[in-house]
Design a protein around this ligand. Structure first.
Ligand code: G4P
Length: 531
């Protein structure tokens, strides 16, 4: 029964690109699309600040700031593969959605700026990939600019992120003298003719390193000598390539290039598609669900409110985990215990929304949500009742006490805050052992505070005052039977609880987290919460 759609599923590759802002994620995505023939001229995904929000300006705040808070999914074909790129908001102030998007990906491409190395946001996103043990591929970008020493870059990735690296290719020079890359497997050098920004890769020349004279004629004596030395060093020093270790997220294959000038992008894409996985099996309450052997199932990983302000509509984004989605069929929403037809199933591309009639495991669909879905919910065939493992709650890093200015509007205030929290845009907490009187809001990126304020004013007609709190670290307490009153914390520690009454701890310093663990034997703290 599965065979008729097995081929469709097996040609799918679903991944996210993670990077620190400005490392080149958008530029690289554009070049991928260009190779897939999805767009005619790179630059249409995102131009300068003014055009950046053209696609998803679902909220005034995006327009005002010229940034994109939302994320979308890009699907394109390349070389027989059907590729889904999960785009994450590129702005400094990312939200929990950025993390959640990684829950829907089967692998991640990590873009690193060659002159900056590992940066803060990459580190955070990387942690989520590690938690999921998904394969991570590294593209070291901007080699057309003066780059840090290549060996040092690799060392930094290994030390800072704790993952072994295996360079698949190796750069020849950097900045103005960047000539191309050496492919370790083929033992050949690929040089590229420079191309205009936004066009496809120019001529590629392949020269075997065994042909020294030929190589010297192209890259020069000095670069050739350096390359021969580096090859020797590299063969002695770097980890062996091991596809199993890549697939389990223990080893990252590393590639070098320049997204802007199109050096090494297609080489990377080709290798990446070969090495990454087909849609992965996913854990549910009844065990692993194989994408091909099972009929349709999906889970909600993101809810986007107000895609259309006039209608206050919500779109639930689902990752299809198994089988084929057929829009004419009924499905079961397991948590709501309801059999229904998904309304207006669509593919949310960068600049368009396309109504879909079918889709396959690996694909992402957006469906109209009348307010019934929550993050982590499962949808499957009516005769089934499986439940996928929930999506963790990610640690907010900014906290504020929130009060409504007009005390008469308490009801609207609570309703608004609760609904926005249900969508997963913010997390709400209370003082430990008191009621809803005081609300503490936690967010992953400070922009979410503005989003909250804006939405409460515009959608619920409630003005609020936010009083920032100094905490930056939150920990869920894993021990079930802990007496919080007996906990010996640090002076900067604050006890709070979530809406279900689960206790949590807030700290100003990461040092205090360690101290508290030391002082309370057996205490287990986690950076990820469970829904
Ligand atoms: P992001 O999505 O990761 O935030 O980065 P984005 O692709 O927007 O790139 C950030 C800046 O870096 C852009 O310049 C982009 O052109 C530049 N860039 C990307 N890849 C490369 C590369 O390989 N080499 C060099 N030299 N630059 C690169 P910008 O001036 O901010 O914007 P724009 O004027 O180019 O649009």
């Amino acid at each position: 029964m599965a065979a008729n759609y097995a081929d469709e599923i097996n040609r799918r590759r679903t991944f996210a690109i993670i990077s620190h802002p400005d490392a080149g994620k958008t530029t690289l995505t554009e070049k991928f699309l260009l190779y897939g023939g999805a767009i005619n001229l790179a630059g249409s995904v995102k131009g300068k600040a003014t055009a950046r929000h053209a696609v998803s300006d679902w909220m005034e705040i995006e327009k005002e700031r010229g940034i994109s808070v939302t994320s979308s999914v890009l699907q394109f074909e390349y070389d027989g593969f059907c590729i889904n790129i999960l785009d994450t908001p590129g702005h400094q102030d990312f939200s929990e959605d950025t993390y959640r998007t990684l829950m829907a990906a089967d692998s991640a491409v990590m873009v690193i700026d060659a002159s900056k190395g590992v940066e803060a946001q990459t580190r955070k996103l990387f942690k989520v990939c590690v938690m999921r043990k998904i394969p991570i591929f590294t593209f070291i970008n901007k080699m057309d600019r003066d780059a840090n020493d290549t060996f040092e870059l690799l060392d930094e990735i290994e030390k800072e992120l704790g993952i072994a690296t295996c360079p698949v290719n190796w750069p020849i020079g950097s900045g103005k003298s960047f000539k191309g890359v050496y492919d370790r497997n083929k033992e050949a050098v690929y040089t590229f003719s420079d191309t205009e920004k936004g066009t496809k890769e120019g001529e590629t020349t392949e020269v075997s390193v065994a042909e020294r004279d030929k190589l010297v004629a192209i890259i020069g004596d000095e670069a050739a000598d350096k390359l021969y030395d580096e090859i020797e060093l590299l063969d002695g020093a770097s980890a062996e390539f091991d596809l199993d270790a890549v697939r389990s997220g223990d080893l990252t294959p590393v590639f070098f290039g320049s997204a802007l000038t199109n050096f090494g992008v297609e080489i990377f894409l080709k290798h990446f598609l070969e090495m990454t996985t087909t849609p992965l099996a996913r854990k549910a309450d009844i065990g692993l669900i194989d994408p091909v052997e099972n009929e349709f199932s999906a889970f909600v990983f993101k809810i986007q409110a107000n895609m259309n302000k006039a209608h206050r509509d919500r779109i639930a984004f689902m990752r299809i985990c198994s089988g084929k989605f057929d829009a004419s069929q009924e499905v079961r929403h397991v948590q709501g215990n309801k059999v229904m037809r998904l309304s207006q199933p669509q593919q949310i591309m960068a600049d368009e929304r396309k109504i879909l009639s079918e889709a396959y495991a690996g694909d992402i669909i957006g469906v109209f949500d009348p307010g019934i879905f929550s993050i982590g919910d499962t949808v499957c065939m009516p005769k089934e009742k499986i439940q996928y493992e929930g999506i963790p709650t990610f640690a907010p890093e900014h906290f504020a006490r929130v009060r409504q200015i007009d005390t008469m509007k308490r009801k609207q205030f609570i309703k608004g805050v609760s609904q926005i929290a249900q969508e997963g845009a913010i997390q709400i907490f209370q003082e430990f052992n008191t009621g809803m009187e005081e609300i503490i809001v936690g967010v992953v990126g400070v922009l979410q505070f503005d989003v909250l304020k804006y939405r409460l004013e515009n959608e619920y007609n409630v003005e609020i005052r936010l009083e920032p709190l100094p905490y930056e670290h939150i920990r869920w307490i894993e021990n079930k039977d802990i007496d919080l009153n007996k906990l010996t914390g640090t002076s900067d520690m604050k006890k709070i609880q979530d809406l279900k009454g689960n206790p949590l701890l807030l700290f100003v310093n990461s040092w205090s987290v360690g101290m508290t663990l030391e002082r309370n034997e057996g205490l287990v703290l986690s950076e990820f919460g469970r829904n």
